[in-house]
Design a protein around this ligand. Structure first.
Ligand code: AHG
Ligand code: MN
Ligand code: MN
Length: 337
């Protein structure tokens, strides 16, 4: 049977609304607007190369990185989609130094959710027609509703996420998300602009044969990481493993969830905290991976237990198939003692 005959994302969201105690439909509306923004960004990404959207925008973001035109475009689309509908009280984005306070027209926004977002992940890949993505993370605010959001509404540990997900603009466009009841993936049928449930209840295999790391930085890795890489490459049992690294976190994680594998962005002697951002890259991915049966660690502790101190905080990231992450941790801790 054609997989795309299944439920639409819109139907799925409505059908699962009752999973939330005292649900007012706010979270459903929020995921719906992410779905709409994803379709708009998808349309633009698909036209890259045809219209003047490829290349640098001329700006530099808060991490000192060149902003691509699509980074800026995707950021504006998601922010507009979330603010116009008045369904969140605050947004934090990779592309903006500070969080955005969303206030209703009467200045009394009663919404309780904040969204943290990496609007375009892997944007350096856009010029060369390689898959990019969007990552989002949703929390309930901790300060009282009706008042402007504060930094503490955003810097919450990942285990408090109420939902998280990503969109991969790939050979086909998919939206994958969790609200803490497993992980479901939806594929966009571009002919009619509708997402269909194509990957119900996604589970990451406990073992895998893929390791994903930028080995160009090998000389800057710790001994533990180097030893784990040697283990991956050894000619024993079911090894050597296969190396696969796209350089788009969303695509690398998506492939590893489907096939089994480990993704590593460790600390290096040049970047003591790694490169990836805790709040809108690692936490949402950790929530999805754990919900799919895998593990996510910074090398010592569970990603989702880390108490953040800054909005744009970076953290080393080891995530994927349970047994592979456990083995990597073994090598990491062995070389410490
Ligand atoms: P972004 O495009 O949002 O800045 O993220 C890029 C990230 C991530 O997608 C990818 O896994 C990683 O950077 C690649 O970094 P390296 O080029 O250092 O390997
Ligand atoms: Mn990113
Ligand atoms: Mn980005």
């Amino acid at each position: 049977m054609d997989k795309l005959q299944y439920q639409t994302l819109g139907e799925f969201i409505i059908g699962n609304q009752d999973d939330f105690l005292y649900s007012s439909g706010e979270l459903s509306r929020l995921i719906n607007s992410i779905r709409l923004a994803a379709k708009t960004v998808n349309h633009k990404v698909n036209k890259a190369g045809l219209v003047d959207i490829v290349g640098a925008a001329g700006g530099i973001n808060n991490h000192g990185e060149d902003q691509q035109k699509l980074d800026v475009y995707a950021d504006q689309i998601f922010i507009k989609a979330l603010t116009n509908r008045q369904i969140v009280c605050g947004i934090a984005s990779e592309e903006n130094d500070d969080f955005i306070v969303v206030q209703g027209s009467d200045k009394s926004n009663q919404n309780k959710y904040v969204v943290l977002i990496d609007p375009l992940d892997g944007s350096s890949n856009i010029d060369v027609n390689v898959s990019v993505g969007t990552i989002f993370s949703i929390y309930t605010r901790v300060t009282p509703t009706g008042s402007p959001v504060q930094i503490e509404d955003f810097i919450q540990p990942g285990h408090r996420q109420v939902a998280a997900g990503y969109i991969v603009y790939g050979t086909s466009t998919m939206l994958v998300y969790t609200t803490g009841n497993g992980v479901n993936g939806f594929t966009l049928n571009p002919a009619i602009g509708t997402f269909y449930l194509s990957h119900p209840n996604m589970e990451i295999p406990a073992d895998g044969h893929i390791y994903s790391i930028n080995e160009g930085y090998y000389n800057h890795f710790s001994e533990g990481v180097k030893e784990y890489l040697k283990y991956c490459q050894e000619d024993e049992d079911d090894r050597p493993y296969t190396a696969r690294y796209i350089g788009s976190l969303v695509s690398d994680i998506h492939r590893n969830i489907l096939k089994g594998g480990i993704y590593i962005y460790p600390q290096t002697s040049k970047s003591p905290n790694g490169k990836l951002r805790l709040l809108y890259e690692c936490n949402p991915m950790a929530f999805l991976i754990e919900q799919a049966g895998g593990l996510a660690s910074d090398g010592h502790k569970r990603i989702m237990d880390i108490v953040p101190t800054e909005l744009h905080q970076r953290i080393p990231f080891f995530a994927g198939s349970k047994n592979m992450v456990e083995k990597a941790m073994y090598f990491l801790n062995k070389s410490v003692h």
